[in-house]
Design a protein around this ligand. Sequence first.
Ligand SMILES: [Ca+2]
Ligand SMILES: [Ca+2]
Length: 388
Amino acid sequence: MKKSVEIIGLPVISITEGRELGMSKSLLIDAKNGAIAAIIIEDEDWYRGVKLLPYSSVVAIGADAVTVINSETILTLEDAGDYEAMMDENVRVIGTKAITKSGTIQGKVVEIYVGEGGKIETSGSSGMPYRIVDATGRRAYTVKIGRSYNLWVGGIQVTDANRLDIRGDNGSSYDPVENKLVLTKTIDRETQEWGNVEYGIQNEIDGLTIYVKENITISSFAIAMVLRGSTTIAGGPLTVTTESDACIWHAADLALENVQLSAKGSTKNGIYGFSEGGRLIINNSAIYAEGETAAIKEDSKNIILENCRIVAPEGGRVQNGTVVDSDGNIAAEVTIGNPADVNRDGTVDSADIVAVIKEMPDGDKKADVNGDGVIDSADIVAVIKAMK
Ligand SMILES: [Ca+2]
Ligand SMILES: [Ca+2]
């Protein structure tokens, strides 16, 4: 998929003749079919009239050139035939109003995305069919547009066209039916600049599940994960890291469920819940969070721990939307785990029984699974009970 700006201004090269035929100047739009019909070419004879390159004659659109087989694929106005009517209509998609079928104005089309066969996909987000109204406001066409989703992975917005391989690295895919984003590769945005959706992950969809299938890292020079829609993170191990204000920032419910997660490096918070936005629910997960001002900070003051507890700091507890140590000081480092996951690897299994035996009777307190102050066979029983 290409943005229109990536097509315009490129030299058009004939492969067989090995020469430049002109520059791509603009796109001729077939509004009725919601597609790019042709690329309008400007060459040194431009004053003699417009020349067209039918989109179907394009061999490839690369970063540096548009390639065609030979110069015969370029049409002059005399033989433009079918294209003439389109040129008269002069439909400009960029900057025109996009209206959904129900009639709601969705705002202006700021950029068009050109998919396979020249099909137009807009950057609209509702997933509904759009009508494109031309610049005069009189003509309107319903355009079949691939949906795009309010979800950005490594700065790339998820669309129907890219959702099976969002970043082109076989590392991320999105299923809109299950509302599930699957990640298998690290996302590094540390050298990204402001302005181009700088976060590692940005989600505005409610009910999204992010399933981390491999041991990966999400990093950014800015906040690494921005979650404006309610989100569940599962799987792992996942490391989320930044030197910015927060590793994970959420403004809706965030559920960490059956996940092994480490949020570290932040100058302020590992996990931060903005405003009254949402709760932080941690269920059966192994979490490490650090932040110079507070490892975890929830403006909603709503932190729910299910099937896990604060393992460090020792005697730590939830208080006033953060985790404090036994003296009531805000903790800059917090470890939360299923107490039965003694070795903190995210699962409860026989290795945890071995870990308990190693610490009997008064070793590392993390082996005191039932929290009664001693490490004994009762803790082994507690591990067995937690095994599934
Ligand atoms: Ca374990
Ligand atoms: Ca015990």
